[in-house]
Design a protein around this ligand. Structure first.
Ligand SMILES: *Cc1c(COP(=O)(O)O)cnc(C)c1O
Length: 228
């Protein structure tokens, strides 16, 4: 695809998603400025990141360290000044690399990882705790009844700022089916008094916004199907 066609495609995808966000906010009586769109660029090359940046995207999400590090480096060298969010699972042994490359880490799910990140962070980093609300065996994240302990540990960290909670909803053909998952995350965030809720992806971000999402992580609806 030519650069021009790519830019038009990404700009059109972004505009559609922003309109959908605005409509969901209207339904929920929320200010659209209270929802940050994290554009998930995993599976796409840096040219796609550039097209997104030129369309106005300032928050990008990646889910794998190996893929993200060279991409972030290349994008930064090319003058792209964005906030980078790690949305995928993070192993403790990659904490150092993650803490230097990413501004926000959405996937903290153990005290061990938290400690590694705290020790490695070169500057204060924002973190969210990933919760496996639906208790799916194959999913990462702490169980809802373990959130309190991890919140306490996160508040004791010196180089990390606990910003909120994150969840990945189960795959469902009807997004209404996962509304209770988003609602449960919101109740947990209220109970532990953390402001941010990272929830909602291409198939369910509107329901997530209606339930209070402040960060939505959207890939395919902006960039199309992933190329790798
Ligand atoms: C890939 C991914 C997304 C974006 O998914 P889409 O379906 O492309 O919107 C969001 N969150 C996480 C954790 C992901 O891995």
């Amino acid at each position: 695809m030519s650069t021009v066609a790519l830019q038009q495609d990404v700009a059109a995808g972004l505009e559609r998603v922003q309109r959908r966000i605005a409509r969901a906010c209207e339904r929920a009586g929320r200010d659209p400025a209270s929802v940050t769109l994290v554009a998930v660029s995993k599976g796409h090359p840096v040219e796609v990141v550039r097209a997104g940046y030129e369309a106005g995207i300032r928050h990008f999400g990646e889910n794998r360290i190996q893929e993200a590090l060279p991409k972030i480096e290349e994008a930064t060298a090319a003058g792209i000044e964005a906030t980078w969010h790690l949305v995928g699972h993070l192993q403790s042994n990659k904490a150092k690399a993650a803490a230097s490359a990413f501004d926000v880490i959405h996937s903290v799910d153990s005290a061990r990882l938290l400690a590694r990140l705290d020790a490695a962070a070169p500057a204060p980093r924002d973190v969210l705790l990933q919760v496996n609300v639906a208790a799916e065996p194959q999913k990462q994240g702490v169980a809802p009844d373990e959130v309190g302990g991890l919140v306490e540990a996160a508040r004791e960290a010196t180089s990390l700022r606990l910003r909120g909670l994150m969840t990945i909803a189960p795959i469902a053909s009807d997004p209404e089916a996962v509304r209770p998952v988003f609602r449960a995350l919101r109740l947990l965030a209220e109970r532990f008094e953390v402001p941010q809720l990272s929830m909602g992806m291409t198939d369910d971000f509107e329901v997530a916004i209606e339930e209070g999402a402040t960060l939505v992580r959207v890939g395919r609806a902006i960039f199309g199907e992933r190329t790798s």
